[in-house]
Design a protein around this ligand. Structure first.
Ligand SMILES: Nc1ncnc2c1ncn2[C@@H]1O[C@H](COP(=O)(O)OP(=O)(O)OP(=O)(O)O)[C@@H](O)[C@H]1O
Ligand SMILES: [Mg+2]
Length: 252
């Protein structure tokens, strides 16, 4: 079994199966009166609860910027995911390959291994994420020619140049899809006095963003949110290119 643990999504591929299994990296935990926590929901079901639940329910994103921000919540989430992925084969402890970025420290690597071993893995091995991405895309990384691999995630972007089966260059910046969502939200708040939810920002980004755009006032999109002054629901029509423009500084 191979796994990529992202801050937005966890992806798993199981040998001899063509499909990639994917789940959002979120868990909802109910804090009981005795101080213990029990799992209420994981993945997309937990994400649905985000910002909508009472204070005794924690909706946690355990993985952040390529690291583990909440070990215990991450452990619970992975255990639930492995139960779903393995189904009736649960009694078999899997050997797991985990994708990890090129500049991960020894401490980071140990934490990932610990996490997966505690989640039920029999053996854990580490795979360089840039090579995994290149191979998945069919890039001939053994050639005497540099190939640039750019992996834009939710919280980080990893850029590597691969040649002759080696990493010739690697850099990692804390810019990704989440920052684009925030940029869309702030732009609309400033320009149109509308507060939008993170779900609305995500929708606008995925449905409408263009890295190269024309200032065309005829193409319009609908935006739903709250008026910043009155707090009342607000629905606006705005030119589509404004959405693209709002993420310009993040992309640059
Ligand atoms: N069609 C799309 N257009 C723009 N952005 C998209 C689209 N589809 C997904 N995204 C964005 O991609 C990001 C998720 O990418 P990915 O699943 O690779 O992240 P991740 O691996 O979990 O994060 P990270 O590697 O940063 O920890 C999210 O921010 C999501 O909004
Ligand atoms: Mg990723």
């Amino acid at each position: 079994m191979s796994i990529d643990i992202g801050s937005d999504s966890i992806r798993i591929s199981v040998e001899d199966q063509n499909d990639i299994w994917s789940e959002r990296s979120v868990i909802a935990m109910y804090r009981r009166t005795d101080g213990k926590e029990s799992v209420l929901a994981t993945g997309i079901d937990a994400l649905d609860m985000w910002q909508r639940v009472p204070s005794d329910i924690d909706v946690v994103f355990p993985f952040n910027s390529g690291g583990i921000s909440d070990f215990e919540a991450g452990l619970q989430l992975l255990r639930h995911i492995f139960v779903e992925v393995q189904g009736r084969l649960l009694w078999i402890s899997p050997k797991i390959r985990v994708a990890i970025h090129h500049s991960a420290s020894t401490g980071d690597k140990e934490r990932y291994c610990q996490l997966l071993l505690k989640s039920g893995a029999k053996k854990v091995s580490l795979v360089n994420r840039s090579f995994a991405a290149a191979m998945g895309a069919g890039v001939p990384v053994d050639e005497a020619c540099g190939y640039m691999i750019v992996n834009i995630g939710a919280s980080t972007t990893e850029i590597s140049v691969l040649a002759l089966d080696r990493v010739a260059h690697f850099s990692r910046i804390h810019v990704g899809g989440n920052m684009m969502n925030k940029a869309i939200g702030s732009y609309l708040e400033k320009k149109y006095e509308i507060l939008i939810s993170s779900f609305e920002a995500e929708r606008l980004k995925c449905e409408h963003i263009q890295a190269v755009y024309k200032k065309d006032e005829t193409q319009i999109v609908w935006v739903m949110g709250k008026d910043t002054q009155t707090g009342l629901p607000k629905r606006l029509e705005i030119p589509l290119w404004h959405i693209s423009r709002s993420v310009g500084p993040t992309i640059r």
